[in-house]
Write a protein that binds this ligand. Structure first.
Ligand code: V47
Ligand code: SF4
Length: 366
């Protein structure tokens, strides 16, 4: 009970006791803790919860990212990735995408497909691609498309979200990644991604997916113009949905990266801010089993450091297959790790490396 001794008589005494007792904290308590607690206190609490939920395990998988195009009908201000029609970008053909999958052989267990929102492609275009991928690798898990991509491709196919998601599942979709959530607050969201789906639409799509038996991930885009209250509100909306549908696998804080986009003038937040965001996510999201440090975005060293602040998941090997963060200025311009490097990074901080599948079944303990 040393931590209770340290915070005795301070404003956060009560909320720290609640966290230590395994009780849920309110939005107000979350904001108080975020604003008043020392980094070491947040770290201690997040670490306690991480140990209770996941012991010494640090999860990773072997995955390939496929980014079919960076052509996009939207123009999110934080995005360094999109190209409008007529601008120089890429658009992989079906054959090229299938080649990317077959080139990996059985080195991967998951393909993670996201990209720009292409003006023409719809549920059936991508659905038949899923079928072709599964024809090459029947056992591969397809985790594809942020909510905003799904809602667009459903509209293009004249389908409701429920019809479109059910069709995608039939075609071979296994789960949905967490992107597109950005920040839910209704004042901030339109300022950073004015034309994108609303927070309500993002949450609704994930809820429908969960009810259809399609699990998903969740993210937050932090470190731009949002406040601490906006961050906790975002976590709270996710926690409420998870209470209702229990379909989220993992939460991934995404740090705003400043290169080559319209918000570059904001700069980037400090590592201290990063650590606090991850620790608070672990503390607040009591109904999420896993917190992921996405190393191509945050960097390998900081990802390793975050293992002491609530993180238990390292995403995957990636195989140099994503451009989202290299274009936004991430340190690692060709993100790739083999299994040995991943395992060594985890073991170097005294944890057990666990290869998982996409829904956290254990495949191998190193
Ligand atoms: O929705 C775009 C973000 C997301 C920038 O589910 C940016 O396992 C920071 O969702 N700075 C897409 N972030 C990536 C994503 C993701 C990544 C890794 C794993 C998973 C998962 C999901 O990338 C977008 C947006 O929030 N993003 N530009 C930027 N400049
Ligand atoms: Fe398009 Fe996604 Fe970039 Fe927004 S974040 S502009 S939806 S690629």
């Amino acid at each position: 009970m040393i931590i209770q001794e340290i915070v005795k008589g301070t404003l956060i005494e009560e909320v720290v006791s609640k966290v230590m007792a395994g009780q849920r904290i309110s939005v107000e308590e979350g904001i108080l803790l975020y604003e008043k607690a020392d980094l070491s206190v947040l770290g201690f609490l997040a670490n306690e919860i991480r140990i209770r939920k996941n012991g010494d395990y640090v999860y990773f998988n072997r995955n390939l990212h496929i980014e079919p195009t960076n052509q996009c009908v939207y123009t999110c201000k934080f995005c360094s990735y999109y190209r409008k029609k007529g601008e120089e970008g890429w658009e992989f053909s079906r054959e090229e995408i299938l080649q990317q999958v077959s080139d990996m052989g059985d080195q991967i267990t998951e393909v993670h497909i996201v990209g720009g929102v292409h003006p023409k492609w719809d549920v059936h275009y991508y659905g038949s691609l899923f079928q072709q991928i599964k024809a090459i690798r029947p056992d591969v898990h397809i985790k594809a498309f942020t909510a905003v991509e799904i809602s667009y491709i459903c509209k293009r196919a004249n389908m409701t979200l429920k019809e479109g998601l059910a069709a995608l599942k039939n075609y071979g979709l296994d789960s949905i990644p967490g992107g597109g959530a950005e920040i839910f607050d209704e004042e901030v969201r339109p300022k950073i991604c004015p034309h994108k789906d609303t927070a309500e639409e993002w949450l609704q799509l994930h809820e429908i997916a969960h009810r259809l038996g399609i699990p998903s991930n969740a993210t937050i885009l932090y470190g731009h113009i949002e406040s601490i209250a906006n961050r906790i509100d975002h976590l709270n909306r996710l926690r409420e949905l998870q209470d209702r549908s229990a379909g989220f696998n993992v939460f991934i804080p995404l740090k705003y990266k400043k290169a080559n986009n319209e918000m570059s003038y904001l700069g980037e937040v400090s590592v201290i801010e990063d650590i606090k965001m991850y620790a608070m996510s672990r503390i607040f999201l009591d109904n999420f089993n896993h917190i992921k440090a996405y190393w191509p975005m945050i960097g390998k060293d900081i990802a390793q450091l975050l293992l002491s602040f609530g993180v238990d998941d390292f995403d995957g090997t990636i195989n140099d297959s994503t451009k989202i963060y290299s274009l936004a200025g991430a340190e690692d311009q060709s993100p790739s790790m083999n299994t040995e490097q991943m395992v060594n990074m985890i073991k170097a901080v005294g944890r057990q490396a666990v290869e998982r599948d996409s829904v956290y079944n254990i495949l191998k303990i190193y």
